[in-house]
Design a protein around this ligand. Structure first.
Ligand code: FAD
Length: 310
């Protein structure tokens, strides 16, 4: 059994593992894909102290740092259920894996991250990292002075369009519905920008390109006409889905499915902590996930020294 079992091996899980192991307690990390979303990232330029690096290189460095400590790394393991410590002589939390195995631990840190919702049109997969992007904070500067589209007129889409308008040459915002759904204050700000154009009732049907993205095709849902927008980048902003389905009904989740945590990373279940993109933390970024992973490990350690019999 472990003192701290971490589920998920992205930046949050890796930081939690290093912090837990440095307390000299039995630490394990079970994850489907060590590295997490970073593995799908081309360039990283906003992890403070590293001017620039590549995603897979960063992911490798995360794993190497964790391996420097006495941590039991269990890769290619997907958790399917968490069974809380029910007391009554049972002082362990259980994590059931898809493989059929069950892991036991005095405390658990969930860091299963999230995934961007895909729009599933031709060109999206082919041009990922070649003009198709999901994170304006990360990839906005790559499109300095160029033309981009933002797909999605909710809060995240409109925020992305406002953010990008300050960096890129021109922004086209495309919303499927007949109206934007973002807060009025954001919509007003958006409409005040000179280099932004908004199309509503517009269904994106294809992202086109050669080596890189060169355009977007949408259907005007009023006339049924197909229209092409020439551009260099497309930001898809139709939602971030936390990897928390397996926790439903056990750990308290927000209406978006994010794990609700307090300032120490504690969830609604005693001894269960969480960190990173899977939680209610605002702003999903590597450095934020890593910081929260460290925080959750210290929270878990604090929980252990208060609750474990000497
Ligand atoms: P994740 O990185 O999502 O890791 C989750 C981990 O949990 C993985 O190991 C996964 O395999 C595992 N897992 C999931 N479900 C289960 C399960 N049921 N059982 C076991 N394991 C499971 N941020 C920046 O700061 N800068 C950037 O430049 C940047 N660029 C990005 C580019 C792209 C294309 C993407 C997709 C994201 C980018 N981000 C960037 C965001 C950043 O990658 C995330 O904020 C960060 O990775 C979140 O870390 P995390 O540890 O919370 O989750």
């Amino acid at each position: 059994p472990f003192d701290v079992l971490i589920v998920g091996g992205g930046p949050a899980g890796a930081a939690a593992a290093v912090y837990a192991a440095r307390k000299g307690i039995r630490t394990g990390v079970a994850s489907e894909r060590f590295g997490g979303q970073v593995l799908d990232t081309l360039g990283i330029e906003n992890f403070i102290s590293i001017k620039e690096t590549e995603g897979p290189k960063f992911a490798h460095a995360l794993e190497e740092h964790v391996r420097n400590y006495d941590v039991d790394i269990m890769n290619l393991q997907r958790a399917k259920a968490l069974i809380p410590n029910t007391g009554a002589g049972k002082d362990m939390i259980e994590i059931q894996l898809e493989s059929g195995a069950t892991l036991k631990s005095k405390s658990v840190i969930i860091s299963t991250g999230a995934r961007w919702r895909n729009i599933n049109v031709p060109g999206e997969q082919a041009f990922k990292n070649k003009g198709v992007a999901y994170c304006p904070h990360c990839d906005g500067p790559l499109f300095k002075g160029k033309r981009v589209a933002v797909i999605g007129g909710g809060n995240s889409g409109v925020e992305a369009a406002i953010d990008l308008a300050g960096i890129v040459g021109h922004v086209t915002l495309i919303e499927f519905d007949t109206a934007l759904r973002a807060d009025a204050v954001l919509q007003r700000k958006l409409m005040s920008l000179k280099n932004v154009e908004v199309f509503t009732n517009a269904q994106t049907t294809e992202i086109t390109g050669d080596q890189k993205v060169n355009g977007l095709v949408y259907k005007d849902r009023t006339s049924g006409e197909l229209k092409t927008v020439p551009l260099e980048g497309v930001f898809i902003q139709i939602g971030l889905v936390p990897n928390t389905d397996w926790l439903q009904g056990v750990v308290e989740l927000s209406k978006h499915g994010e794990i609700i945590v307090d300032a120490r990373g504690q969830t609604s279940v005693p001894g269960v902590f969480a960190a990173g993109d899977a939680t209610t933390v605002p702003f999903k970024q590597i450095i934020i996930a890593a910081g929260d992973g460290a925080k959750a490990a210290l929270g878990a350690f604090d929980h252990l020294i208060r609750s474990t019999a000497p």
